[in-house]
Ligand binder design. Structure first.
Ligand code: PEP
Ligand code: MN
Length: 346
């Protein structure tokens, strides 16, 4: 629309678009607004709308992910998760255990990661495990513990939803819902989540192309949930040394193609705790909007993903490296956690 377009001109156009069988989505930025149009209506008639007053120009989008595309929205979207802004000027660090295992484990971790600078807490309640014999998560009990951790620390919580049947109950607890890599193309789940206003962390599938990833995001946007954050967590490659291959080029490419904020999960990307800090630094240097990192009080005893989980000191050291990029690696004592954990959770 022209900068000078009036409200009645905009409303007239929106109605007209609907009449022609399309769906309009409005985007307001600082000095102008655009109407994104999707659907399979009468496109010949649609073209005539460029003559209506208030219209600047009609631009056909070349990407199949129309709403996720930067052609639709020039500025990177900022997604607010209970006051934490993902996509803004500051990089966001989300940390916590792979799985919620016990009250003590979760609360200790929440306090430790907050003390070191994390602004959100992660923790799996329902776990997508490769083997049915592995720990599957504590379910509702874990959700209750996450709630308690939020009350204790004030950190918003993100947890994975695996099934459309769990969406209702989980959205009562979570500030952000994670769609795990294995579920990126679970379209029934995406359609259900699109009906919420809860922010979604959409992980890239292990074998998904960038286009498929953005089209999965498109399901959420087209269905009405605009609060989508992308997360690169490593893809399948031929290497056997690491769990996955972190595709940082995809982060840079998705950044160009889409206005959605993008996070990086170096824990699942590598499967190795010794590499998590380096890849977090690389992700932030590249312009990722934040990192999602697994932390456990005692990684050797973790019920899932121990080898890639940092302990508290390891996480604090990583945070030190991220916030002081021009200084050498912190000595282990530099950021000792001063909070008395036992006292805080008693
Ligand atoms: C997780 O975050 O613990 C997880 C299972 O992630 P992903 O879906 O990326 O494997
Ligand atoms: Mn995990």
């Amino acid at each position: 629309m022209l900068e000078s377009a009036t409200e009645s001109q905009i409303n007239y156009l929106i109605e007209k678009v609907k009449e022609l069988g399309f769906k309009p989505y409005t985007n307001y930025s600082s000095n102008s607004m655009t109407i994104a149009i999707t659907g399979n209506g009468n496109s010949d008639k649609l073209k005539t709308l460029s003559n209506e007053s208030g219209v600047n120009m009609l631009v056909p989008t070349t990407h199949p992910f129309k709403l996720a595309s930067r052609q639709n929205k020039l500025q990177t979207s900022v997604i607010d998760v209970r006051g934490v802004k993902i996509g803004g000027r500051e990089a966001v660090v989300i940390a916590g255990p792979c799985s919620v295992e016990s009250r003590e484990q979760l609360l200790e971790t929440a306090i430790a990661v907050k003390a070191a600078g994390a602004v959100m807490l992660r923790g799996g309640a329902y776990k997508p495990r490769t083997s049915p014999y592995d720990f599957q998560g504590l379910g509702i009990e874990a959700l209750e513990l996450l709630k308690e951790a939020r009350q204790l620390t004030g950190l918003p919580i993100v947890t994975e939803v695996m099934s459309e049947y769990d969406v209702e109950i989980m959205s009562e607890y979570a500030d952000m819902l994670q769609v795990g890599a294995r579920n990126m193309q679970n379209f029934a789940l995406l359609r259900r989540l699109a009906k919420l206003q809860t922010p979604i962390l959409l992980k890239r599938g292990p074998s998904a192309t960038i286009k498929e990833w953005l089209l999965a995001a498109e399901y959420l946007l087209a269905g009405g949930n605009e609060k989508v954050v992308l997360c690169e967590r490593g893809i399948k490659g031929f290497d056997t040394e690491l769990r996955n291959t972190l595709d940082l080029a995809a982060v840079a490419q998705a950044r160009e193609l889409s206005h959605l904020p993008i996070m990086v999960d170096p824990s699942h990307a590598t499967g190795k705790r010794s590499l998590v800090a380096s890849l977090s630094k690389a992700a932030l240097a590249l312009g990722a909007d934040g990192v999602l990192v697994e932390v456990h009080p005692c990684p050797e005893f973790a019920l899932s993903d121990g080898p890639q989980s940092l302990d508290f000191q390891g996480f604090a050291d990583m945070m030190y490296q991220l916030t002081e990029p021009n200084r050498p690696v912190a000595s282990p004592k530099t950021w000792m956690i001063e909070t008395n954990i036992a006292q805080a959770i008693a």
